[in-house]
Structures are given as C-alpha cells and as structure tokens.
Design a binder for this molecule. Structure first.
Ligand code: PD2
Ligand code: ZN
Length: 294
C-alpha cells in the first residue's frame, strides 16, 4: 500500500462481494483486476481475497488448502437433494410416497410424481385464488419488488406455515429434499391464463447486480427451486430448460425440482414457463435458500 493511501480494511460488504464473485465462478485475476481498478493495492487485495475465501471455506466446513495458490476460487455450496439410492423409483417424504419420474445430472433436475394429492392441489388453489395479484419479481437493482413484463401470470405469496395445509406440504418438501424447512421462502402460487408465460431466467440472484447483497442478507442465495403443478392445462405451459432442450409437462400433483450450487449459468438452470395455449395453469413454487430465511 502506498504511504498516501487511506488504510484499506476488508469491510463486510467487500467480503460478501468477493464471496459472490467466487461463487459465481469469476476468474481470480478478474476479481483482482476489479479491486485494483477501485483503488486497492495489489498485495492487500490478494491478502483480502485469500482471507475472505479461507473464512468462507471454514464457514462451509470445507478443507483449507495449505498453499494459497491452491485456493479454489469457484466455491460451490451444498444444495438440497433427495436420498436417491441407485435405481430408486419411489421416495418416502415423511407422510407420503413420491415417484421419481425423470432425473438429470446437469442441470440437476428431478421430476416427482404424486408429490401432492388432487385435494391438496385444489386446496392450495382455493386458498390462493382470492389473494391473486399481477405477479411481481424481486427487483435486483434495489432489492425491492416490481411488476415484471417477462412474467405475465398472476400470483401471491403465502407466509411460511400460515395454514395446516401449507405446513403439511412444507414439511413434506423439507423431508423429501433433506433441506431445513426454515431455509424455505413462503410458497408462491401463480396462475397463468391463455397467452401468459414466464420467459427463461435463472432463479438465483445475479451477484453482479447492485441489489443482490441486500437480498442475500435474508437467508443467502437461492440454491434450489421446486415448482408444483396444481392443475393440468389443456395445452401448453411446460416448464422448459432451453440449455438442454428439456420440457417438463405440467401434470396435476407432479413437481419439477432443480438445484444450483453456484449463482452461475454453468449450472444450466436457465428455465421458463412456456405460454399457456388453452386453459389455465396453476403452480406453487418453493424456493430454497442456503440459510434460515426469516
Ligand atoms: O410455472 C413455471 O413453469 C415456472 C417456470 C419458470 C415457474 C418458475 N420459473 C418459477 O416459479 O421460478
Ligand atoms: Zn423460475
């Protein structure tokens, strides 16, 4: 550090930024370059990166390399995953058997059959219908929410555990995916009318956007998504994964689950809701965070 520079301390904001860059797969030299461009002395920047990533690995209970050069700058995080023994076709979800209909490695996608009963689907629709509003998504510029032209459905959020039916479904999801119930966001219900769609997007929060650090304060990143189909549209409405040409048909009581171990398109979890061509499509989405979501 030059003698005229002000003292350079690693603030919590900077620490979060370094972790987000690493988890997004940025090259170390680019992270270093960005820090130097904003006035950081090179040696101090390297030390800050190493210390921060060492701390992050400790937090995650991962081994710390003895030589700094071996520091993995692409840090992946644990994700929800069911206990799928080789060839298993059914899973016990605590109060119900769930069928495994489709399984893919990259992206990690699983399609479950019979996750919800018909009565549970109808019950969720009945609770959600009177509370529907034009859908909003998280505004990643500010961390607030906004009406989004890429999503032409109507939607609402339940509070976690707000009704016995919601509690039961949330507990089933937590058991099935082996992920703490407290790390889940409240269920979101969406209704798509004919012509409505959800353009392809990633569900993780883009580390490069200015609103992301604010969003991550509550529970960290999203690491998994479960979209549950509450009815069977007459035509259209598949959940699509354009990177791999996968289309999941919306079938009442089925669900598609996908996970992402870092906030990066390499996870191939780009996905969308194809336009509904006839009838309506109803889904309930559960997003799972790294940590407790309060
Ligand atoms: O309704 C869907 O198929 C869909 C597609 C993409 C839902 C979501 N994303 C979501 O809720 O994130
Ligand atoms: Zn999505």
């Amino acid at each position: 550090m030059s003698s005229t520079a002000s003292p350079q301390t690693v603030t919590e904001d900077l620490r979060q930024w370094i972790v987000a860059q690493a988890e997004a797969g940025c090259r170390p030299e680019d992270v270093l370059q960005a820090m130097r461009a904003s006035g950081w002395d090179e040696d101090v920047a390297i030390e800050a990166m190493e210390a921060t990533l060492r701390g992050r690995l400790e937090e995650l209970g991962r081994p710390i390399p003895s030589v700094p050069e071996a520091m993995p700058l692409t840090v992946t995080v644990p994700v929800p995953e069911p206990a799928l023994a080789d060839g298993a076709t059914v899973l016990w979800a605590g109060d119900r058997e769930v069928r495994v209909v489709t399984s893919m490695r990259l992206p990690r996608v699983l399609v479950f059959g019979g996750l919800l009963s018909d009565d549970e689907c109808d019950g969720l629709v009945a609770l959600a219908r009177p509370r529907l509003l034009r859908s909003e998504t998280v505004d990643t510029q500010t961390g607030g929410s906004e009406v989004n032209a890429a999503r032409t459905s109507d939607g609402m959020f339940f509070e976690r555990g707000e009704a016995p039916l919601i509690q039961r479904i949330e507990q089933r999801i937590a058991t099935l995916l082996r992920w703490p119930l407290e790390n889940g966001e409240g269920l979101q219900v969406l209704r798509y009318r004919p012509g409505a769609e959800y353009k392809p997007h990633h569900d993780y929060f883009d580390p490069a956007l200015p609103g992301t650090p604010t969003i991550l304060q509550r529970g960290g990143q999203r690491v998994g998504t479960l979209v549950m189909y509450l009815n069977h549209p007459e035509r259209g409405g598949a959940t699509t994964f354009p990177d791999v040409g996968l289309e999941v048909a919306p079938v009442k009581g089925h669900a598609v689950f996908f996970s992402y171990d870092r906030a990066h398109p390499d996870t191939r979890t780009l996905h969308g809701g194809a336009p509904v061509l006839a009838g309506e499509k109803w889904v309930a989405t559960k997003w799972l965070r790294e940590r407790v979501f309060v």
